[in-house]
Design a protein around this ligand. Structure first.
Ligand SMILES: Cc1ncc(COP(=O)(O)O)c(C=O)c1O
Length: 316
């Protein structure tokens, strides 16, 4: 057992080494404090355990360069936005070309039309919409799930992170008689009580999952297939299959089904976020964005087709 004092000593030693090796990052952190809250443009940049975050000077492939002239192997890869390497040449060229042709039109483009077809062909889902952040995708898809199922509750896993989505800022907290859901203290300014509409259970707890889903009032389950924001918590063998089965019934691969009586969503890769609603290929709404594992609709209690049509025109 390593004592706390020993851990503190090691942390201090490492912090001192960091300061000595990264003087420009330290100076820029101080300079940044003048105009950025806590010195950084995004608060989560302070989650690094170093005294201040390294200040990046550039990146290429799997390497990251800092203002202090250090070149590091980058295992973060822009939190997956650069999963295929920093600045791959074809992407850099396409972006540079587009930069000269205007960057924001508020209008569809010819390329966008082509891209829709490519997404559809690649992933087998016929209709697509785009959001610009994972948080935005999550918020949108939660609204769709609620709108279509007519249910208010969502189910999440303890310790999850789904971005700036108020609904999911709920943790299980220990108290004398067990565990209870509590709103995270960091959810500043939320005036609605989200506890009645957010169910939180432990990841990998199949019994709790079954118990909650059996109640039949969950609009969707929001999940990272591997919990990545409380350290790394792998799915227990069979857990994700159980989750899918409980949400979608016993069908093996719901993706290509066109069963008029089911709603289902699907997920398969850590970097993708899908949801699918509707049943006949004509009334489908898809969301895809990096980050979350996916979303499942619970089976049953589906509204009539016309209801799907009615919620569909609302912008999300
Ligand atoms: C699992 C997960 N979901 C959502 C988000 C939020 O992403 P964004 O900043 O694109 O809204 C993150 C960001 O770290 C994430 O790890």
């Amino acid at each position: 057992m390593i004592s706390d004092a020993a851990i503190d000593r090691i942390a201090e030693r490492e912090a001192a080494a960091f300061r000595a090796a990264n003087p420009k990052s330290l100076a820029l952190a101080q300079q940044g404090s003048a105009h950025w809250f806590q010195g950084v443009p995004f608060h989560w940049m302070l989650d690094w355990p170093s005294p201040v975050p390294l200040v990046a000077a550039g990146a290429k492939g799997a390497m990251l360069m800092t203002v202090d002239g250090r070149t590091l192997d980058d295992f973060c890869l822009g939190d997956t936005a650069a999963m295929f390497g920093h600045s791959p040449a074809p992407l850099a060229e396409a972006l540079a070309k587009q930069a000269g042709d205007g960057l924001s039109y508020m209008l569809p483009t010819e390329k966008g039309v082509e891209l829709g077809g490519m997404l559809s062909a690649m992933f087998g889902l016929p209709r697509w919409q785009v959001t610009t952040t994972a948080s935005e995708a999550n918020r949108a898809v939660i609204r769709w799930c609620r709108g279509i199922t007519g249910r208010k509750k969502i189910l999440i896993f303890n310790g999850c992170y789904h971005g700036a989505v108020d609904d999911v800022f709920v943790d299980l907290k220990a108290h004398a008689a067990g565990w209870e859901p509590r709103v995270r203290a960091s959810l500043i300014g939320q005036v609605q009580d989200i506890l009645p509409t957010t169910t939180v259970i432990e990841f990998n707890d199949a019994e709790a999952l079954e118990r909650e889903l059996k109640k039949g009032d969950i609009a969707c389950v929001l999940a990272e297939p591997v919990m990545t924001n409380v350290g790394m918590v792998r799915d227990a063998p069979g857990y994700l299959d159980t989750l899918r089965r409980l949400c979608t019934g016993n069908r093996h691969d719901p993706r290509f089904r066109r069963n008029p009586y089911d709603l289902f969503g699907l997920w398969r890769a850590q970097q993708c976020f899908w949801s699918q609603t509707g049943h006949d290929g004509d009334r489908q709404v898809d969301r895809r964005r990096r980050a979350d594992g996916g979303i499942w609709f619970q089976r049953g209690n589906r509204r009539a087709d016309g209801e799907v049509e009615r919620v569909a025109p609302f912008r999300t």
